[in-house]
Write a new protein. Structure first.
Length: 410
């Protein structure tokens, strides 16, 4: 007995490769398809529509195929309400709960489509009745409360992945995903600068995700300039980034290396722990700025210009600084709040923080990931942040050049 469901795709599905992915997925998973309707957009502004029947030999295989197609943006045609099941206990989701993508998503409830708030990947969707109406929003699994009405299965859900129209012009036109170390760096940095400037001019927020290598490479002053001039709205980093940024101001070193001579002074390897102890003595970074201990650097500019930051701790941290969030769940939630506010994200030479922030972002958020190691940018894309573009280049060259292009045109 053959089992079937009907799905539809709409948009720039040819240019974006979505149609090819859907057909390939069906066949790779052991199914077949029959195209019922195919209306091709003949002009670059026109969208294409495709409706197809998907077949499989058993219900289990069909369900797996439909699940994978749904992640790609192929939606079921039958407009039924989503199935809701109450969570049986705190942090326990119902069996078969719908696990979100990072794409804009809608849920059908009471015959109407609701936009899912704060969309991010690998979450549950909860429907809640409030005084102002019904809302649908994401919850991470550890935030689920007993009795939450959780969406299950794929029926009654629509996903809308970002597309790649034929004409991708404007400052964000270059952001089509992918990684390359052979793109002309100067022209690409110019485009990133234009995108950053346009984001700010449109009232958007820019989040920087920074690793300690940025300080080691000598780019701290230029990032500090961007913070001071109002082009950076939030910073997400770790204990190491803040420590070495402050260490540079106190001792002229980063991880014990003199930033001017590139030499390792006597006892330089202890400078980072001395730095941490002095900030602890002051009571925190803001207090150390107020006391006149910290007088320059990225963290200094954040305090002076009221730019919020999240320092998420790790098992490797020395100290850590008092501002470092050592509870992993608390740190995730703080990162999540920043990610949901961001309109553009610059991920600068940090693998773990880039992936962590990327997991919390909607696929509509503009993302630029820069690292000398191609594994960083490819892993970010592999984890699902397909909207990101990756630049494999020296962070010590990229940030100063970006700052010059942004600030010289201001």
């Amino acid at each position: 007995m053959t089992h079937s469901r009907t799905v539809e795709l709409e948009g720039h599905i040819i240019d974006s490769g979505m149609l090819q992915q859907v057909m390939g997925t069906v066949m790779d998973l052991g199914g077949n398809f029959n195209v019922e309707q195919f209306d091709v957009g003949v002009h670059k502004e026109e969208e294409t529509y495709c409706r197809m029947d998907v077949f499989a030999d058993d219900e289990g295989t069909l369900k797996e195929i439909v699940h994978e197609l749904h992640q790609l943006g192929a939606n079921l045609t039958d407009p039924v309400d989503a199935k809701l099941v109450a969570a049986p206990a705190d942090q326990v989701v119902p069996t078969g709960f719908y696990s979100t993508t990072n794409h804009p998503t809608q849920v059908r409830h009471g015959g109407a489509w609701l936009d899912v708030e704060n969309i991010e990947m690998d979450c549950a969707i909860v429907i809640e009745e409030t005084e102002s109406g019904t809302r649908a929003y994401t919850k991470v699994l550890n935030a689920i409360d007993e009795g939450d009405l959780v969406v299950t299965d794929e029926a009654g859900i629509r996903v809308d992945p970002p597309e790649r129209p034929r004409d991708s012009s404007g400052p964000f036109g270059f952001m089509q995903g992918g990684v390359s170390s052979e793109r002309p760096s100067e022209s690409l940095i110019r485009q990133v600068a234009d995108a950053l400037t346009e984001t700010k001019e449109n009232g958007g927020k820019v989040l920087v995700v920074a690793g300690p290598a940025l300080i080691h490479a000598g780019a701290g002053d230029d990032l500090a300039r961007l913070v001071r001039e109002g082009y950076i709205d939030m910073i997400s980093a770790g204990n190491g980034f803040a420590t070495h940024d402050i260490e540079r101001g106190l001792y002229g070193t980063s991880l014990g290396m003199d930033m001017e001579t590139m030499e390792h002074p006597r006892k330089g390897h202890k400078h980072h722990i001395y730095t941490i102890s002095e900030v602890i003595r002051a009571g925190g970074i803001a207090e150390a700025v107020d006391d006149g201990l910290i007088t320059s650097g990225v963290m200094y500019e954040c305090i002076q210009n009221d730019v919020p930051y999240v320092l998420a701790g790790s098992i490797r941290d020395d100290g850590p600084l008092p501002d470092t969030i050592t509870d992993a769940v608390e740190a995730q939630n703080a990162i999540r709040e920043q990610a949901h506010e961001a309109d553009m994200v610059l991920m600068l030479s940090t693998l773990l923080h880039s992936v962590a922030v990327g997991n919390c972002l909607s696929s509509t958020t503009k993302v630029v990931c820069v690292d000398i190691n191609p594994a960083t940018v490819t892993q970010l894309l592999d984890r699902g942040s397909s909207q990101a573009i990756g630049m494999v280049t020296d962070i010590g060259t990229f940030v100063p050049s970006l700052a010059d292009k942004v600030l010289d045109d201001a």
